[in-house]
Design a protein around this ligand. Structure first.
Ligand code: B12
Ligand code: SF4
Ligand code: SF4
Length: 253
């Protein structure tokens, strides 16, 4: 294995990352704004982190807490890996958002700087499933992805040769919002209406309802559990309440 790649992989795995691959920056399917971000970018490091069992309990608060644990750990690992590359080889290393910040409003759909599902496939780490999520051969789809874009020339990994989705349709049947009915597409509005009951759209709808009320009713709404949950999401980023497609997939269980 290429020496730089071996050392980065070893560094990341020692931090607790579960798998690492390298994708080329060219011909990356899905959204990519890499050239605007780093014009001399050469490689994308894609990291896979196995979610803890907290993420897949039936208690949505425990599941959300597991997600926040993963998000904090990703921020730590991204920073450490990027600094390791900068210090060791004087490289440029740009960390990618695991979710936020993302482009909202202007794009036809919410989109990351790089679509990490597509980058993980391009890095040879696994394949996409019927649920439009990335599937790892050992960990299945119960993983969080993150990435670092660099100007280091690292040899890309070959594509994973076997389709890991067994086409059982369990994910489609378990989706409460029918967001996966059409193959190859996640209906964002349907998914978000169920998976993000305190997300941005729910927040806007709440305020539209408040504005239509007389003052007494408005005050009551501002002291309601509904508003406190919206506030908690704003402060803490606790907006995800459905992981059904991700956790029901039998691959890697
Ligand atoms: C925005 C976003 C969402 C949005 C939109 C999802 C989406 N399909 O884009 C919503 C809120 C719905 C969402 C939901 C979920 N998400 Co999300 N999400 C993201 C985020 C931040 C950006 C994704 C992105 O850039 N999408 C934009 C483009 C690339 O996606 P696309 O619309 O699918 O585009 C392709 C096709 O639709 C097609 N296409 C697009 N337009 C058109 C038009 C025409 C005419 C045609 C023919 C084709 C076509 O071509 C595109 C390229 O192939 C990523 C993190 C990241 N940076 O990657 C996480 C991410 C994808 N999410 C993740 C997860 C876990 C989830 C949820 C399970 C959790 C949850 N409760 O929110 C659900 C699962 C939904 C599902 N089954 O798809 C994980 C996936 C892990 C994995 N194993 O794959 C990611 C990678 C976060 C992470 N760091 O781990 N998510
Ligand atoms: S996260 Fe939930 S609502 Fe969204 S696509 Fe998956 S199963 Fe459906
Ligand atoms: S649940 Fe079945 S159909 Fe859905 S992605 Fe997993 S293997 Fe494929």
């Amino acid at each position: 294995m290429n020496e730089k790649k071996r050392r980065i992989r070893e560094f990341a795995m020692d931090l607790g990352v579960d798998d690492v691959g390298v994708a080329p920056t060219t011909d990356l399917p899905g959204t990519s704004r890499i050239s605007e971000m780093l014009p001399d970018a050469r490689s994308i490091l894609v990291m896979v982190l196995k979610e803890t069992s907290s993420c897949h309990t039936d208690d949505p608060l425990a599941a959300m807490n597991g997600r926040l644990d993963g998000a904090s750990f990703i921020r730590h690992c991204s920073y450490r890996i990027a600094r390791f590359m900068e210090k060791t080889w004087d490289a440029k290393a740009i960390t990618l958002p695991y979710a936020f910040p993302m482009a909202l409003g202007a794009a036809p759909r919410p989109a990351g700087i790089v679509s990490l599902r597509h980058a993980a496939v391009a890095a040879g780490l696994g394949t996409l499933g019927r649920h439009n999520l990335f599937i790892h051969p050992e960990m299945g789809s119960r993983v969080i992805l993150f990435g670092v874009v660099t100007d280091l020339e690292l040899p890309p990994d070959p594509l994973y040769a076997t389709d890991l989705c067994i086409n059982c349709d369990i994910c489609v049947e378990n989706c409460p919002s029918h967001a996966l009915d059409e193959p190859g597409k996640t209906d964002v509005a349907r998914c978000a209406s169920v998976s993000q009951p305190t997300g941005m759209a729910a927040n806007a709808k709440f305020w539209a309802r408040v504005l239509a009320q007389p003052p007494d009713a408005q005050k009551k709404m501002l002291y309601s559990g509904e508003y406190f949950n919206l506030l908690q999401t704003l402060y803490m980023g606790t907006q995800y309440f459905c992981f059904s497609c991700q956790k029901s997939c039998p691959v890697g269980k």
